[in-house]
Design a protein around this ligand. Structure first.
Ligand code: PGA
Length: 245
């Protein structure tokens, strides 16, 4: 079981230090816990988290090693600042930064080359689900975003329906189970049934719904946005993951 916190562009640095310390002090030895922190926080957070079980990752990286890319960061920079993994293809980046699956594939290649593990996000919009295209959209995102050579042991996939992110509207257990099954089939086709990377669910996960999410087949963890900014809520989610592990 994996529980990952996606802080997005939150919180202020003084609060982030307190929160990171609180998360690091929580003990859930049977699960993997990850914190995707804003880039400027990676150095102070990684210093703070040294020796703890909380892994730290960046929320994006550029596909190039270096160059004239104002405002971007490279995978090597993330690694040098203490990250051991990176979140790529989040729908907020696809939508607000025009990231295509082709660009995301290049980013995954760059991240793997710098020994960063990758959590790839996929998910359909509300219009795509209403049009009954959700599964095809996710299949296409997986096929186009995961580079041919990407080793499954270095990958995690987070299924995040766009309409469920930050809205309080969680996908139904049946829809989550069905989509995780589709994702697992695509990954099994590529890697073999015994090498399917972990598949997480994300989108309005909170302390109240986490336990029921962990009981859904093929849900190997959760990617948590808003609720990861509350140490108690995050602890409750981790406890539910540990119970299900
Ligand atoms: P949310 O965000 O938990 O606030 O819905 C999840 C995410 O975007 O990763």
């Amino acid at each position: 079981m994996i529980v990952a916190a996606n802080w997005k562009m939150n919180p202020a640095l003084d609060q982030a230090s307190v929160l990171a310390t609180a998360l690091a002090n929580q003990s859930f030895p049977q699960i993997k816990r990850i914190l995707f922190a804003p880039h400027p926080y990676l150095v102070p957070m990684s210093v703070r988290l040294t020796g703890t079980a909380l892994e730290i990752g960046g929320q994006d990286c550029h596909f190039a090693d270096h160059g004239a890319f104002t405002g971007d960061v490279s995978a090597a920079m993330l690694r040098d600042c203490g990250a051991s993994l990176v979140l790529l293809g989040h729908s907020e980046r696809r939508a607000a930064h025009g990231e295509t699956s082709d660009i995301i594939a290049q980013k995954i290649t760059a991240a793997l080359a710098q020994n960063l593990d990758v959590m790839l996000c996929v998910g359909e919009t509300k219009a795509e689900r209403d049009d009954k295209k959700a599964e095809q959209v996710v299949i296409d995102q997986l096929q186009a975003s995961i580079p041919k050579h990407a080793p499954p042991a270095r990958l995690m996939v987070a299924y995040e329906p766009v309409w469920a992110i930050g809205t309080g509207a969680v996908a139904s257990p049946d829809d989550i189970a069905a989509m995780h099954d589709v994702i697992a089939s695509v990954l099994a086709e590529r890697y073999g049934a015994n090498h399917v990377p972990p598949i997480l669910y994300g989108g309005s996960v909170n302390a109240d719904n986490a336990a029921s999410l962990f009981s859904i087949p093929l849900v190997s963890g959760v990617l948590v946005g808003g609720a990861s900014l509350d140490a108690d809520a995050f602890a409750t989610i981790c406890a539910a993951a540990q119970d299900a592990a």
